[in-house]
Design a protein around this ligand. Structure first.
Ligand code: HMG
Ligand code: MG
Length: 311
């Protein structure tokens, strides 16, 4: 008999009833594609993700177009999006120039993105950690004044390809400074996917000791070493209820060595639904979307669930 394409539902104690999936495929996924994806494909991708039930979809980045040419069409993309009531569509913004461009398009939510290490701050933002915090401060202030929601990302929370292990105290110090700027949420990024579940537990506990409760945290795992779902379970047990994922498992960061695919949204949904946790997402529609996108990108999705369910 064919498998029904859904996990058996077996809840586990100590986990949240509902999780918000913060979908990053159109941004983190497509920023790393070698070919530039046509703007109409991006717009259709975002529409399909919303139709599959995702309520937070990071649409694009207002970064320097020479730094990330794949997302140079950010303004045109936003012009093409159909209104989607109930769906949040944040964008990445590094500096005031990016904020001006985003405000011109009427965005209501942005994300700044810092680094826990000096090496990656320089490579990704062209300044040191202090300089990047100074760059973000007026962005966050102006965005909050304009009534926007502001998320902060923190990259290299579990390891750095140039510096190796990153001390937990350093990750907490920089993350707290991002939150103190006025960001409502901090997404802890395992940019190169080296973290393991005990490390996740310890990092979230260290934030707790510093006064940052799990309701202000999100996690952003890359699946380079196959650890993303194990790490997600550790984060759920620690009380985190916002999980970043990328449809089909596409993506990575062009400025981080060895940053491969994000945690695939389908793999995440399979685990969450199996645990009886609500997401509002239709797994079947999501798989269809990733199969559709894979055809456009010219290669199969790396997601295990997409591979198992695609016909
Ligand atoms: P810079 O070269 O230092 O910029 O880049 P600048 O402030 O010196 O300005 C130089 C010129 O660029 C000026 O033009 C600016 O107007 C222009 P000129 O006066 O010379 O004609 N400029 C811009 N134009 C358009 N949009 C802008 C913009 N900013 C400046 N926003 C900058 C500094 C931050 C802009 C650059 O380093 C940059 O764009 N970096 C982005 C890198 C990036 O997008 N990386 C990927 C996202 S992070 C990620 O993937 C990790 C994450 O997923 C979490 C995880 O996995 O860990 C979030
Ligand atoms: Mg990422």
């Amino acid at each position: 008999m064919a498998h029904p394409g859904l996990p058996y539902r077996v809840p586990m104690e100590g986990l949240p009833e509902r999780v918000t999936i913060y979908e990053v495929g159109p941004r983190d996924g497509l920023q790393n594609e070698s070919a530039v994806v046509p703007v109409e494909v991006k717009a259709e991708f975002i529409g399909r993700l919303a139709a599959a039930g995702l309520t937070v979809i990071e649409a694009t980045s207002f970064v320097h177009p020479k730094w990330v040419p794949q997302l140079a069409d950010a303004a045109e993309l936003l012009d093409r999006l159909e209104p989607a009531p109930g769906v949040r569509r944040p964008v990445l913004v590094p500096n005031e120039r990016g904020l001006d461009r985003a405000l011109e398009k009427g965005v209501t939510e942005i994300a700044v993105f810092g680094s826990a290490t000096e090496s990656f701050a320089r490579r990704n933002l062209n300044r040191d950690i202090e300089g990047s915090l100074q760059m973000f401060a007026p962005v966050v202030r102006r965005a909050l004044d304009a009534g926007l929601r502001v998320r902060a990302y923190l990259s290299m929370c579990f390891g750095d390809p140039w510096e190796g292990p990153v001390p937990i105290a350093q990750v907490v110090t920089v993350g707290k400074r991002l939150l103190d700027l006025g960001c409502h949420e901090l997404s802890l990024g395992d940019t190169i996917g080296v973290g393991t579940p005990g490390h996740v537990t310890d990092l979230i506990a260290a934030y707790g000791e510093a006064g940052v409760t799990p309701d202000r945290l999100a996690v952003h795992f890359h699946d380079t070493y196959g650890q993303a779902l194990g790490n997600t379970l550790a984060a759920l047990r620690a009380g985190v209820t916002v999980i970043d994922a990328s449809a089909g498992g596409i993506g990575g960061c062009p400025y981080a060595e060895s940053a491969t695919g994000n945690l695939a949204t389908e793999d995440l949904v399979w685990m969450l639904h199996g645990l009886g946790i609500e997401t509002g997402v239709s797994l079947g529609s999501l798989v269809e979307t990733s199969v559709w996108l894979a055809e456009r990108l010219g290669r199969p999705s790396p997601s295990r669930v997409v591979q198992a369910l695609a016909h």
